[in-house]
Design a protein. Structure first.
Length: 304
């Protein structure tokens, strides 16, 4: 299988199309502490943090990290790198309102900062609002450097959560053209293909992901799931000799239910055998089972 070659103009907005917004509410944001410095630094502010201080802060707990970047941001609100680090820290503690405020302020100063659009889009994804995230992620993809893959990879996730799987696959393909070593994107691309009935393509994508540096057991678990849908018992044994039959059956039923509600191409028929035998005493583990549940709850691998 080859990745489709895209050579058109702005790729992000071209992928949007017409989307029906149907947002859901996410978890309540975590507020910053009441005593978090907001205007503690004036013209006589101390110098910016040293690389060692930054490294220490990045290893700290999320709230300490958010406090650190709040202080750094107040020293120079025009500095883009500091603002982006602050946005990431705010997203980690789910302080979404504050993140939106900082994002708007930063975009007024840096209107083509793709990292800001990316963090704003990701925050909406975290809140279960992929339809609202798509335009921001598309803008991020358009402003990103030519070989930057992350905005498109996250845009693919948003489309998949909106059940627009073919558009998701377009986004994943462009992301993989830019960075073929993204195991998470190969994984998400494979699961998206499975949801449109292309199990052969899904298997290829997941095998590619499994062979890449950084692939973890979650990739293996998803590959076992796709092999199970094809009835490839021996391949399952080769990939994971410890897969639990009951967990595999649960995963197969979950993905089968989702695919039943997705359009299936005539060229990719759904196999009849939905519960292949697997070796006893084996395990699929958590990702396939926890992330492939009911379709409205579909969550794929996190994109870095």
């Amino acid at each position: 299988m080859s990745i489709v070659n895209h050579r058109t103009g702005p790729v992000g907005l071209a992928l949007i199309g017409l989307i029906t917004a149907c947002a859901t509410s996410g978890p309540p944001p975590a507020a910053l502490p009441a005593n978090l410095p907001q205007n503690a630094f004036q013209a006589d502010a101390p110098a910016k943090a040293t690389p060692d201080e930054i490294a220490t802060a990045q290893r700290s707990d999320p709230l300490t990290r958010a406090t650190f970047w709040s202080q750094e941001y107040q020293k120079d609100t025009r500095d883009l790198d500091t603002a982006v680090s602050f946005l990431k820290a705010l997203r980690t503690i789910r302080s979404y309102d504050r993140l939106a405020d900082i994002g708007r302020t930063t975009l007024a100063l840096h209107p083509e900062a793709y990292e800001v659009y990316l963090e704003l889009g990701r925050s909406l994804m975290d809140q279960g609002r992929p339809a609202e995230a798509v335009p921001l992620l598309a803008r991020s993809a358009d402003f990103a450097p030519p070989q930057t893959a992350t905005p498109l990879a996250v845009l693919g996730l948003a489309f998949d959560q909106l059940d627009r799987h073919h558009r998701a696959q377009d986004a994943y393909q462009i992301a993989l053209e830019r960075d073929p070593q993204r195991a998470t994107t190969w994984t998400n691309y494979g699961l998206s293909l499975a949801l449109t009935g292309d199990l052969v393509g899904a298997e290829h994508a997941l095998r590619t992901a499994l062979a890449l540096p950084g692939a973890n057991n979650q990739v293996r678990q998803n590959l076992v799931l796709i092999l199970g849908l094809q009835g490839k018992t021996q391949d399952i044994r080769d990939i994971d000799p410890f897969a639990q039959p009951d967990q595999l059956q649960s995963n197969l039923e979950a993905l089968s239910a989702m695919r039943a509600m997705s359009p299936t191409p005539a060229s990719a028929p759904v196999p009849d055998r939905m519960a292949p035998q697997v070796p006893e005493g084996s395990a699929t583990g958590g990702m396939a089972q926890s992330r492939l549940t009911l379709r409205p709850k579909l969550r794929l691998a996190e994109e870095d």
